[in-house]
Design a protein around this ligand. Structure first.
Ligand code: WT7
Length: 692
């Protein structure tokens, strides 16, 4: 038996305390306990009895099966989907060991299917045609809409027909730059229907970032909208797209078509700048196409989408996911981690511009014929009660969000929550970063009235779906722990040398052997895929995260161990922020580190040295921040600029980030050995300038 199987076996012996809530619930919110690990929060007996996985033993049985016979386990599940042609043998093939040659992962190869067909047509055939697929809630309360599965299919088909008409073919890339309108999942599904590869770019990214992605994947068409309201602000998205398209064209790649949805209809069309021959209004063309469209059957291993994400070095990486394994994996993780039942109403607050929106707004839920709430607005507009207003309005039963939102709402006071009933809630979810125990308790006790299990799902853009997650009702939870691996996932904790450590321990989180939802490559750069993820610890997929495992086998994620910062659950590479800063004509050098931030989890702290003779000033600070906003996006704007006449470097010129992190967090007594620096006096200089 594998190592972690033994860990989870201890679960079977845990008391199944029907209705028993551990002592920690009595603990005043936010008070820290001597040992978080010892606090168990039990699901009620009623909850467990109705759950898909009602006990640790049932989980263990299924988990064992999934590890001992992955091909059999996943084939059984895959058979529940529609395949035009069944996959061949073997069910999967993999090489995760760089020492044995090229890294390769394949699932259900030879099988012909279509994920859009499985999300829509299949569910309609089984009687869900009149079920609501999407509820849309606009930025302004009272502005809303909805589509049944039948209607969603019709909208998807019209767009798919239009895309085919303008020449988009199987394998072609389509860039989508849209806010959370129903047209966003519609556009994703339309691409999938015709075998096109979508690349959604989060509509908070700047023109430069968008241009970079466009130039990398070379789409035939970019889909956007004129403008979006977010809270009290209006953002003119089409202007951003225009700038990106101009940039890209100057660099030798011109997009044929820019399909523009007229959102904010109050804004007159004439205000939107237009390039004749390239720009087309969605409403003028798409609605003219037939509401049925034949499906393009694709191989399970044909690409479904590209999603760019930040790494520790260089330009963003195009994470590539394929069709069959991703379909099976997102559907299954959604079903079990949220204990999904057909009567549920599901709301995930993530934007489709991130992986969470791909797997758990669009594909996972729709594959389960779920009813999904899509929210365009901001969670604090018109006030901090908006989320619970929406929960009551749509009778949301599964609510999935990020710790940063929980923490920011927690600060606004309990009245915003208690004003609303929230009695429809059954399950809560958390994703994006470790959820601190005090936020966990507030979420659990207040939002969920101590009734709803919290699924703290650990996963990544690269993993496609949940990797370590509670299964609600199956076992007691520990606030702040993502608990145990999902079926088929074998997490291991290794030391610096890449040796697996057993028992209670902490180290680097890796995964041994593949799972169906794993990414298959980095677009156009398989070598970078191999070096980034499979070289640090040969034989394993390395996540980039640190993790510890307690005596009961529960997993505790401790954050990134590479040069990636997690700001409000958004992944930002320090190298990207640095390269934006040094592009400023007055910035000579920059070093960026993450610091603890009360709401965002981590904040961005930038040390900058200026070009010889340039004085540091408030105007310069602002202009440096603006440069980052313009090059990456507002969410990557540094929280702090620290002027540094010199940076701590080794004699070979390497910046010592360890020291910078300590200065940034003002842990000045933990600076460690500075004697190896080329010029140790820069450290004192930096400390002296810290709060100036
Ligand atoms: C990184 C992945 C996966 C969707 C959102 C972010 C951190 C994510 C958790 C969690 C602790 C988490 C990790 C991971 N992370 N979820 N439940 N507990 N850490 O996707 O942008 O690919 O970022 O987010 O550090 O490596 P992403």
């Amino acid at each position: 038996t594998s190592n972690h199987l033994r860990h989870v076996e201890s679960l079977a012996t845990l008391p199944s305390g029907a209705g028993r809530i551990s002592k920690l619930n009595a603990v005043i919110l936010g008070e820290s306990l001597a040992s978080e690990e010892d606090d168990l929060v039990f699901p009620s007996g009623d909850f467990s009895r109705q759950a898909h996985v009602p006990s640790p033993q049932k989980y263990l049985d299924m988990y064992k099966m999934s590890i001992e016979d992955p091909a059999g386990f996943w084939s059984d599940i895959a058979s529940q989907f529609y395949w035009k042609q069944r996959w061949g043998q073997p069910v999967y093939s993999e090489n995760l060991d760089i020492r044995k040659g090229r890294i390769k992962i394949e699932w259900f190869k030879g099988g012909m299917t279509n994920i859009c067909y499985n999300c829509l047509d299949r569910n309609i055939e089984s009687g869900n045609g009149e079920k609501t697929a999407l509820f849309w809630e606009g930025n302004e309360p009272g502005e809303d809409g909805n589509l049944t599965y039948n209607q969603l299919l019709q909208r998807v088909c019209q767009l798919a027909n239009y895309l085919k008409h303008i020449g988009v073919k199987k394998g072609d890339a389509v860039v989508i730059y849209l806010p959370m309108l129903m047209e966003l999942p519609i556009a994703m599904l339309a691409c999938a229907r015709i075998g096109a590869v979508h690349s959604v770019v989060f509509a908070g990214f700047s023109a430069e970032s968008l241009a970079q992605r466009i130039m990398d994947c070379k789409p035939k068409v970019v889909i956007t909208c004129n403008a979006v309201r977010r809270g009290s602000k209006i953002i003119y998205l089409k202007d951003i797209v225009d700038a990106a398209l101009a940039d890209s064209a100057q660099n030798g790649f011109a997009v044929d078509v820019c399909l523009t949805y007229e959102n904010c209809s109050a804004l007159e069309k004439v205000k939107t700048k237009w390039q004749e021959g390239r720009d087309t209004w969605w409403q003028d063309v798409v609605t003219k196409y037939p509401t049925t469209c034949d499906v393009e059957w694709v191989d399970a291993e044909d690409p479904l989408f590209l999603l760019y994400t930040s790494g520790s070095t260089g330009k963003p990486k195009g994470v590539l996911h394929t069709t069959g394994g991703y379909m099976v994996y997102t559907a299954t993780t959604f079903k079990y981690a949220f204990d999904y039942k057909p009567s549920d109403i599901y709301w995930c607050t993530a934007d489709c511009g991130w992986i969470t929106g791909h797997s758990y707004v669009t594909y996972g839920p729709l594959l389960n014929a779920a009813t999904v709430v899509v929210f365009e607005g901001a969670p604090n507009y018109p006030d901090s009660g908006r989320c619970w207003d929406i929960v009551d309005k749509y009778k949301v039963s599964i609510f999935y969000t990020a710790p940063t939102l929980v923490r920011s709402l927690m600060r606004e006071g309990d009245e915003y929550v208690t004003r609303y009933s929230r009695k429809s809630l059954r399950i809560l979810g958390s994703v994006g970063e470790p959820i601190n125990p005090s936020a966990w308790r507030w979420f659990y006790n207040l939002v969920g009235d101590s009734r709803c299990p919290i699924s703290d799902t650990w996963w990544q853009t690269e993993t496609g779906g949940f990797m370590i997650t509670p299964l609600p009702g199956a076992w007691p939870q520990k606030p702040g722990s993502a608990t145990f691996p999902f079926f088929g996932v074998q997490p291991v904790i290794v030391d610096e040398k890449g040796v697996e450590i057993e028992g209670e321990c902490s180290g680097y989180l890796c995964v041994k052997s593949s799972w169906p939802g794993a990414f298959r490559t980095l677009y156009g750069d398989h070598e970078r895929y191999e070096t980034t993820y499979f070289s640090a610890f040969p034989g394993y997929y390395f996540s980039g995260d640190g993790c510890s495992r307690d005596k009961d086998g529960y997993h505790w994620l401790t954050g990134r161990v590479d040069d990636v910062i997690n700001v409000s659950g958004h992944r930002i590479g320090t190298a990207e922020v640095e390269s934006a800063l040094v592009s400023h004509p007055q910035c000579a050098e920059a070093a960026v580190v993450g610091v603890e931030h009360e709401v965002k989890g981590q904040g961005i702290y930038a040390f900058v040295t200026l070009v010889e003779g340039v004085p540091y000033s408030e105007d310069l600070r602002k202009s440096l921040v603006l440069t980052v906003r313009n090059q990456i996006g507002a969410f990557a704007a540094p929280d702090k600029i620290h002027w540094a006449p010199g940076l701590p470097k080794t004699r070979s010129g390497k910046i010592m980030r360890r020291i910078l992190r300590k200065i940034a967090s003002r842990q000045l007594d933990e600076l460690g050995d500075t004697s190896t620096l080329a010029d140790p006096s820069v450290v004192d200089q930096l400390i002296a300038l810290a709060d100036s």
